[in-house]
Design a protein around this ligand. Structure first.
Ligand code: E4P
Length: 217
């Protein structure tokens, strides 16, 4: 399973890249706004920190402008993946960009039939938002199960990129279902490392080691 970090904070991305566990980055207009930086500048910086795909989202809603924005964004670096919303114009843009050889991430997916449309439109990634579905009392993970099954049934190459991930159990369930990617805020990636028994066990080992008066180096 690939791990993407969902942020436009360059220092966080640098720290995540250093772990060797980072496979890509996702951003959205809200995250770019939060960074307080120029989009093209921050996307270029992020692209230099990873070889993996970096999703940069269009902000127009009509086909012609979305296509122009997508072409502009993909020219920033070879690993830019253009992100478009799951609308009729968004999927038309997806098809046009995919036909030009550009990777497209279709975002704001909340139903399995939407995911089916995105795969037919040539998306490289589909982003179903599990946390936002859970927030309104629906089952985000059931959506992942449905999309994984549909894509397998028809051997679509579109990767299921689980988005709006809020906690490690989302990651666990997505991995068991065979989703290709999970994108998470840095705090959620850090939470994956943690277990209280790891901390307690390490503390005991180090206390016993100190009593020996030895040092390895
Ligand atoms: C992914 O590409 C999205 O930017 C992200 O996962 C949205 O997460 P949120 O629902 O926590 O804002």
């Amino acid at each position: 399973m690939k791990f993407f970090v969902d942020t436009a904070d360059v220092s966080e991305i640098r720290a995540m890249a250093q772990t060797g566990l980072l496979d890509g980055v996702t951003t959205n207009p809200s995250l770019i706004a939060k960074s307080g930086r120029k989009m093209a500048e921050v996307i270029a910086e992020i692209c230099a920190l990873t070889n993996g795909p970096v999703s940069a989202e269009v902000t127009a809603t009509d086909f012609d402008t979305m296509l122009a924005e997508g072409r502009y964004l993909r020219a920033i670096a070879q690993n830019v993946c253009v992100k478009v919303p799951l609308t009729e114009a968004g999927l038309r843009t997806c098809r046009a960009l995919a036909d030009e050889g550009t990777k497209v991430n279709v975002t704001l997916c909340f139903s399995a039939v939407q995911a089916l449309l995105a795969a037919k439109a040539g998306a490289a990634f589909i982003s179903p938002f599990v946390g936002r579905l859970d927030d309104i009392g629906q089952d985000g993970m059931q959506l992942i199960a449905d999309v994984v099954q549909i894509y397998r049934n028809y051997a679509f190459s579109t990767e299921v990129l689980v988005a709006s991930v809020r906690h490690p159990v989302h990651v666990l369930t997505a991995a068991k279902l065979g989703a290709h990617v999970a994108t998470m805020p840095p705090a959620t990636i850090r939470a994956l490392f943690k277990h209280p028994l790891t901390d307690r066990g390490l503390e005991a080992f180090l206390a016993d080691w100190q009593k020996t008066g030895q040092s390895i180096l």
